[in-house]
Design a protein around this ligand. Sequence first.
Ligand SMILES: NC(=O)c1ccc[n+]([C@@H]2O[C@H](COP(=O)([O-])OP(=O)(O)OC[C@H]3O[C@@H](n4cnc5c(N)ncnc54)[C@H](O)[C@@H]3O)[C@@H](O)[C@H]2O)c1
Ligand SMILES: [Zn+2]
Ligand SMILES: [Zn+2]
Length: 344
Amino acid sequence: MMAGEGIPTTQRASVLGADLTLRMEQRPVPEPGPGEVLVRVRSVGVCGSDIHYFEHGRIADFVVESPLVLGHESSGTVVGLGDGVDDLPMGTTVAMEPGVPCASCEQCRAGRYNLCPDVQFFATPPVDGTFCEYVVLPRAFAHAVPDHVSFDAAALVEPLSVGVWACQKAEVRVGSRVLVTGAGPVGVMAALAARAHGAGQITVSDVNSERLAFAEELGFATVDPRVTSLSDSIMADVLIECSGAASAIDAGIRSVAPAGTVVLVGMSPSTMVELPVGIIQGRELWVTGTFRYAHTYPTAIDLVASGRVNLDALVSRSFPLEEAEQALTYSHQDPAAMKVMVHA
Ligand SMILES: NC(=O)c1ccc[n+]([C@@H]2O[C@H](COP(=O)([O-])OP(=O)(O)OC[C@H]3O[C@@H](n4cnc5c(N)ncnc54)[C@H](O)[C@@H]3O)[C@@H](O)[C@H]2O)c1
Ligand SMILES: [Zn+2]
Ligand SMILES: [Zn+2]
C-alpha cells in the first residue's frame, strides 16, 4: 500500500449515538486493502435520510443500534492506494459512490447492482458514513472528478445520480414534456438532469413557496397544487415523482399523457399508497419505481464538469465537521434551504 505524507493514525469523526446526539470522536484512520483507496473527505451533503436517522434513529428496518457515522453524499482527495491500484493518481479529487454491492449475486451479475440485497451503503446501519476525515472504499467506487469541479459539486454527484437514473428509467429524450412533483433537492436534481437530457417543457410542483421560487430561478415552469390543479394545467410525457406525497402521486399520474411514463422516486411515509389504476390502464402508462441508481456516476460527473448542471448553485450553507448537528437541524429552520454541506 502507498500512503501520502503526513497521514495521521487517528482522525476526527462525528458519531450518532444510540441517544440520537452527535459527538466528536477520535477514531483510527483505516488502511486501504487490496483494490481500495484511502480518501481524505472534503465535502459531504446532508441528505433527508441523515436527518431521519438523527431524529428517529431508524428508517424502516434499518435501526441505529450501535454508534453510526452519518453522511453518504461525499467527495474528497485520494491520499492512499491499496495494493493493485495503479490507475488513480494520488491527489485526484473523487466523488464517492456510497453503495458497494457484493458483485456476485443474481442482481449484481445482471448489472443491476443497486438492487443487490447485500449492498454496503455509507451511513446505513451498521455501515459508517463519511462525516469524518478519512474513509476507504474500492477503487471502482471512487470516481475521478476534474480539478475545476468544487468539492461540494463533486459530493452532490450522489443526489444528481438519483435524478439521472430517474431520467434514464423514464427515457427522457429531446423534447419530452416532464413534470417533476416535489422541488426538494432530489426533485430539483431530477429537473436539472431532465434539462440536460434535452427535455422540452419541464414543470416542477411543490407546496413550499420558497422552493417553488428557487425552481423558477433555475428556469423551470412551476405549479403550486394548492392554487392550480396539476391535471387541469399540465400534460406531460413523463412524471418524475419526488415528493412521496400521496396527493402528488395521484395528481401527477393524472397529468401524464397516454403511453407516458411514471417514475416514483419519492418515498412515502406509509407503505401503501392508492394509485388511479383506471387512468394507468386507460392511458397505458408505464409505472416504475427507482432505488438509488446504477452506472450513473460517469454521466453525472460529465454533466457537472461540462457545466451543463451547476450543483454549486444548490448549496445553501456549509458547516464544519464539529457542527454536523447544526447542519442536520438547519434545514428545518430555513424553509428555503436546499443543500446543506458539512466540510471535514
Ligand atoms: N428512490 C430513491 O432512490 C431515492 C433516493 C433519494 C431520495 N429519495 C426520496 O425522494 C424524496 C425527495 O427527497 P428530497 O431530499 O428532495 O426531500 P424533501 O423532503 O426535501 O423534498 C420533498 C418536497 O416535496 C414537497 N411536497 C410535499 N407535498 C407535495 C405535494 N403535494 N406536491 C408537490 N410537492 C410536495 C415538499 O414541500 C418538499 O419540498 C424523498 O421522499 C426521499 O426519501 C428517493
Ligand atoms: Zn442521499
Ligand atoms: Zn450483489
